[in-house]
Design a protein around this ligand. Sequence first.
Ligand SMILES: C[S@@+](CC[C@H](N)C(=O)[O-])C[C@H]1O[C@@H](n2cnc3c(N)ncnc32)[C@H](O)[C@@H]1O
Length: 229
Amino acid sequence: MAKDGPTPDRLSHTVRFGDCMQILPKLKPESARLVLTDPPYGIAYESTKGVRIANDDNPFIWWMREAFRVVAPGGSMLCFCRWDVQEVFRVAVQAAGFTLKSQVVWDKDWPGMGDTGATFSPIHEVIWFAVKGRFKFPAGRPRSVIRVRRPASQHRTHPTEKPVELLEQLITATTRPGDLVVDPFAGTGSSGVAAKQTGRSWTGIELHPEYVEIARSRIRASRRYTRDC
Ligand SMILES: C[S@@+](CC[C@H](N)C(=O)[O-])C[C@H]1O[C@@H](n2cnc3c(N)ncnc32)[C@H](O)[C@@H]1O
């Protein structure tokens, strides 16, 4: 894939403003090595400041067939979700055409809130890993539990922001430098920063104009770390 994609010196990092249901169909077929995304889980999330996520009343799964079309044979998808909606996402991933391979657990290293008297203190989220055709990890076999501290609320640019360090680990485990990563639910561009810092190209799509602006400025401000990861 790397030899057919852009060379590491000609990377591109673009956020497209709009609905992924309209924009994903316009992306080139089989152009991405990885779809890495954190869609609306369908849990009617509301932050402590009352901020909600668009399309989050039911699990938002309708984009997956287009994601499958965009992924190159030998590529993969990593899709975040939560324990109580993971079955809906699992069925959708397989119905889209992907072969389910693993569940990755993100250990957030810092518990969330919820019903403090009657639920176990929530400290993890799950990520489905699925492939298209024959996939092989480019740099050895990664472990299925990854611990990275979730961003503290005072440092977050998005209410459900994922840590760049976690996304970098997922990107470097599944792609090579120069590959294209696509994120249809880009938020404030955490996966774009991770792609740029690790020398991958990235196309993100985001519905919320303010998040698009933040994503663009975060990506502009980020730099590639090394030439070989
Ligand atoms: C869970 S958040 C992603 C946060 C992201 N991982 C980050 O670290 O910033 C999901 C995002 O999808 C966006 N969204 C919801 N429906 C969408 C759609 N149809 N097309 C594009 N973006 C959408 C929401 O505005 C929200 O920012």
